[in-house]
Design a protein. Structure first.
Length: 140
């Protein structure tokens, strides 16, 4: 992994201290030209009562990785980013292991951005497909 990539991932992982991302054990593990990848362990902490991954935990993962990607690919010194809409389709359940969320940029407008976040298991099976709209607001 090159130094630039390592630095971005280190910053992403450092800013999660004392946040929901730390509570859910979300870790940013890869970044590329137009994507960010994170992982989250599937343990009882993120289960719904019948022992499978809670859809809300999947959505929290998706919004976390999409919002972090917005910060990476926008000028964070000039703008702050907020999620304004998220939609999720949960297509498969998982009881244990890890899920991986890859946020890919579909549209990069001056004000709004559209992200697709695919959440997969360790074998690449689709667990959830999410779309996140973010807004970049100027810092004052």
């Amino acid at each position: 992994m090159n130094e630039h990539k390592e630095k971005i991932l280190s910053i992403c992982n450092q800013i999660t201290k004392d946040t929901l991302m730390e509570t859910l054990d979300i870790t940013y593990i890869d970044v590329g030209e137009n994507f960010l990848l994170a992982q989250m362990p599937v343990t009882p902490k993120v289960h719904q009562p019948d022992g499978v991954l809670h859809g809300g935990a999947s959505v929290a993962l998706a919004e976390s990785v999409g919002s972090a990607a917005s910060y990476i690919f926008l000028d964070a010194k000039e703008f702050f980013v907020r999620g304004i809409e998220i939609a999720a389709n949960h297509v498969k359940s998982i009881k244990e292991g890890y899920v991986y969320a890859r946020a890919s940029l579909l549209h990069k407008g001056r004000t709004t951005q559209l992200w697709e976040i695919k959440i997969t298991d360790g074998e690449g099976n689709l667990i959830s497909n999410c779309k996140l709209t973010t807004i970049a607001l100027p810092r004052k």
